[in-house]
Design a protein around this ligand. Structure first.
Ligand SMILES: [Zn+2]
Ligand SMILES: [Zn+2]
Length: 212
């Protein structure tokens, strides 16, 4: 635990403006938005932000933020030194932080949804936040039409994964409590999601984090 995490409950509030808030140039008739991928001179620009699993703020360089600010957290301190194993563990931390953020956005019906692959400017005209749902394995938000395909190739799926299961239903159930709550606190969410997580080391950390 860092000193930032020992205060009262105010850090559970969604930050209104992150240090790297994305462009709201797009999408949807509601106040939940999916920002489109920005392009500069025809090239895709990597300006995506992630939301920290621990302090819930937005950063564009999340790996660096985690190491510099939350290096004492077990999930960060125990990251492999490098290689594919490190990348995968880090990726999962990012996705869980983004999931926490997205869950808040959907409960409060306000904010910017972080998705694995942002729609381009053309797709964005016909895409709304309701087209996206979380992958039951990694919690990354994927277009629902591509969810089944994503889960089959998700690097966080268990080796002996069962693909006959109802993926769409599992995905919806991860957000089921958003329908019943406004401005949801974390409590129910954590219980629900932890039971769905298969990575014990990370789920242990989420559990600790939300005890604040
Ligand atoms: Zn943080
Ligand atoms: Zn996945």
């Amino acid at each position: 635990m860092t000193s930032d995490n020992t205060g009262p409950t105010e850090i559970e509030m969604m930050p209104q403006t992150g240090p790297a808030e994305e462009n709201f140039d797009l999408v949807s008739d509601s106040t939940v938005r999916v920002s489109s991928a920005t392009k500069d001179m025809g090239k895709r620009v990597y300006d995506k932000v992630h939301y920290c699993l621990f302090c819930h703020k937005a950063y564009s360089k999340m790996a660096r933020h985690l190491v510099q600010v939350h290096g004492a957290e077990t999930a960060v301190a125990s990251l492999p030194r490098d290689g594919v194993a490190k990348r995968l563990k880090l990726e999962l931390l990012l996705r869980k932080g983004d999931f926490h953020h997205n869950h808040e956005v959907l409960c409060q019906k306000r904010g910017n949804l972080v998705v694995l692959r942002r729609p381009n400017e053309v797709q964005a005209d016909v895409t709304t936040y309701e087209d996206f749902g979380p992958c039951p394995e990694c919690l990354g938000f994927v277009h629902k039409n591509l969810l089944w395909h994503h889960v089959r190739s998700c690097p966080h799926k268990p080796a002996n994964g069962n693909y006959r299961r109802p993926i769409q239903k599992e995905s919806r159930s991860l957000l089921a409590d958003c329908k019943f709550r406004n401005g949801c606190p974390d409590t129910g969410f954590v219980t629900d999601i932890l039971s769905a997580l298969k990575n014990d080391d990370v789920s242990g950390i989420i559990s600790q984090d939300t005890d604040i």
